[in-house]
Design a protein around this ligand. Structure first.
Ligand SMILES: C[C@](O)(CO)[C@H](O)COP(=O)(O)OP(=O)(O)OC[C@H]1O[C@@H](n2ccc(N)nc2=O)[C@H](O)[C@@H]1O
Ligand SMILES: Nc1ncnc2c1ncn2[C@@H]1O[C@H](COP(=O)(O)OP(=O)(O)OP(=O)(O)O)[C@@H](O)[C@H]1O
Length: 294
């Protein structure tokens, strides 16, 4: 049988509000999530045993194969589904690691989609969703890889019809650990930041079919609550945001997830291309991607 192939698209948190900290230490969030047109690529060749080879420019950065989230997700699914057909995965690692765009989560989700395809499981099979949740907070949203409002710690997903959003994504190639950023918020276990009434009163997001301008206006009123703690841990995030904000036509510049990747939105792809060239010239060592979020 030929190899099955899937893209593991980068996730971008267009907004991220921290609602509070649960008693188990995880944080409840509300986040508008979009997906980018840059991705890792995962292939699966059916074989009797689970195996992973990592290739591509960032293969070294993502650590030992045994610790890879692709491996973890596949092993967990094997524990939930009897006689699961497995195989040889090859991961072409392109996305920066520990960068707030959910690369590892996207890879794990792609692994689950490929195993679902190989084993004839539906993508909304409860076991697949359960394994996605156990693999990491960002894995459920990456399973569908479509725009949505994500709440809880990442398990509740409300699909959104986002317009195509021309963007530039920039990572300064310094890793930032998600756990450290959440801890730097300094919330106690069980501490609530936003009362239930505030959540009920919060303005909704634009309706289906809303324009790019409507969305940019709504997103601009939001924020990423992890930006300040992440900047304390890695001040270079401030430089990335300044570089994006200084480009012609940048409508909104913000950090994604727990950083350090930041993005800016533009009216059209030509403007985004010009902005990305300007930033790449000034910072040849940074990872810069011009594309479209949707
Ligand atoms: C910041 C986001 O990227 C936003 O999409 C995600 O919430 C992070 O998702 P993730 O990287 O898949 O997170 P996990 O691998 O499950 O957790 C890493 C660490 O982040 C913290 N964590 C994660 C998610 C969450 N809602 N609250 C948390 O406090 C926990 O300390 C956890 O030990
Ligand atoms: N397939 C993978 N790709 C990248 N990192 C992986 C992978 N599997 C395990 N890891 C480990 O997970 C850690 C987090 O990597 P990842 O790139 O997913 O972070 P992130 O982009 O900050 O994610 P998020 O936005 O979900 O917080 C890395 O330090 C790495 O050691």
């Amino acid at each position: 049988m030929m190899a099955l192939i899937d893209d593991a698209r980068a996730k971008v948190n267009l907004t991220l509000r921290v609602v509070g900290r649960r008693v188990d230490g995880y944080h409840d969030l509300e986040s508008v999530v979009a997906f980018a047109d840059c991705a890792d690529r995962l292939s699966l060749t059916p074989a009797p045993r689970l195996h992973l080879t990592t290739t591509g420019p960032l293969a070294q950065a993502c650590g030992e194969a045994a610790d890879n989230l692709v491996f973890k997700a596949a092993q967990l699914l094997g524990e939930h589904v009897g006689n699961l057909k497995l195989g040889d995965f090859t991961l072409e690692k392109i996305l920066p690691v520990a960068s707030g765009i959910g690369g590892g989560s996207a890879d794990a989700a792609a692994a689950l989609r490929l195993l679902a395809q190989l084993n004839g499981l539906a993508i909304d099979d409860a076991r697949l969703i359960e394994v996605a949740r156990s693999t990491g907070a960002d894995v459920p949203v990456c399973l569908g890889s479509r725009g949505c409002v994500m709440t809880g710690i990442g398990e509740t997903l409300l699909p959104l019809n986002l317009p195509k959003m021309p963007c530039v994504m920039v990572n300064p190639r310094v890793p930032v650990a998600t756990k450290d950023v959440f801890n730097a918020l300094g919330l106690r276990n069980g501490e609530l930041l936003v009362g239930a009434a505030d959540v009920m009163d919060a303005p909704g997001w634009p309706d289906d079919g809303a324009s790019l301008e409507d969305w940019v206006e709504a997103l601009s009123a939001g924020s990423n609550d992890l930006e300040a703690p992440a900047m304390r841990i890695q001040p270079m995030i401030g430089e990335v945001l300044a570089a994006l904000s200084a480009t012609d036509g940048a409508w909104l510049a913000r950090m994604s997830g727990s950083g350090a990747t930041c993005f800016a939105l533009y009216e059209n792809t030509a403007e985004a291309q010009r902005a990305s060239q300007k930033i790449q010239q000034a910072h040849p060592q940074w990872w810069v991607h011009a594309g479209v979020l949707s």
